[in-house]
Design a binder for this molecule. Structure first.
Ligand code: TPP
Ligand code: SF4
Length: 251
């Protein structure tokens, strides 16, 4: 029988624990495919965050480290500097990266650390029950903003890609989305490009992926995609925010 579909080598056979319609499993697969295609599996260290993807290490057939909430870019800095031949991936949600870990991500980017950050922006804290995140949209109802995020009280959403793109050191920053097939293809391409640039020693690479969290948005997976397109994507425009050859590199 002809085999037409299989798991990438960089993932094991364990079924994902994620909710139906969640973005995490899709992005895990893209990272694994990119590692396989680039031949990087044996040299890769994946850093799991705290959040729904805390168990990423349970799925990836790579070396793995699990970092405290928000601290993955600091851990990644140590891993990469101690072993410059490794491929380091910091995989982080928006509560982890844009709230607890604001300092770590800004300073790692400012230093031009030669590793890759995959940032899953689902506009909410998933694991802990749907609290407001720094990325939550104005008017979006969450368990800590049941009447919708009020900017007078809670400020405005943080646009992490744009903020990091204002720094001098980052090599490559792109925002993509999981809303349709074309954007899934772009997401995979961006992840692969980021890993390839890291492998060539070109510096800090960052891919922000807009992803659904149907469970905490209180909708079914199809409605979650509709909401991404009608509400989330206008707030977070897709595109390449930085692609600068010759960026400063620490290794
Ligand atoms: C220092 C610290 N603060 C808070 C928490 C509680 N906590 C665990 S997961 C989480 C939010 C995770 O949300 P996000 O990073 O957006 O990831 P998601 O679950 O949506 O994938 C929080 C606040 C913690 N574990 N450690
Ligand atoms: S709560 Fe949201 S982010 Fe967490 S696994 Fe479910 S859909 Fe994914």
């Amino acid at each position: 029988m002809q085999k037409v579909f299989e798991r990438p080598k960089s993932l094991n056979d364990r079924p994902f624990h994620y909710c139906p319609g969640c973005g995490h499993g899709i992005v895990h697969r893209m990272i694994a495919e990119a590692l396989d295609e680039l031949g990087l599996q044996e040299r890769t260290v994946l850093i799991s965050p705290v959040g729904c993807s805390v168990f990423a290490y349970w799925y990836f057939e790579t070396d793995n480290v699990q970092a405290a909430h928000g601290r993955a870019p600091a851990v990644g800095t140590g891993l990469k500097r101690a072993n410059p031949d490794s491929i380091v991936i910091s995989y982080q949600g928006d509560g982890d990266l844009a709230s607890s870990g604001t300092a770590e991500i800004i300073h790692a980017a400012a230093r031009g650390e030669n590793f890759t950050v995959i940032f899953i922006n689902n506009a909410i804290y998933g694991m802990t029950g749907g609290q407001m995140a720094p990325t939550t949209l104005v008017g979006q109802a969450t368990s800590t903003s049941p009447y919708g995020r009020d900017p007078k009280f809670a400020g405005h959403p943080i646009h992490v890609s744009e903020m990091l793109a204002s720094l001098k050191a980052p090599r490559y920053i792109e925002r993509t989305s999981l809303n349709n097939v074309a954007n899934l293809t772009r997401t995979k391409r961006a992840i692969k490009k980021a890993l390839d640039l890291q492998n060539k020693g070109e510096g800090f690479t960052f891919v922000e992926v807009l992803a659904p969290c149907p469970t905490n948005w209180g909708v079914d997976p199809g409605e979650a995609i509709d909401w991404m397109e009608s509400t989330m994507m206008p707030e977070y425009p897709l595109g390449v925010f930085r692609d600068v050859k010759g960026a400063e590199v620490k290794s």
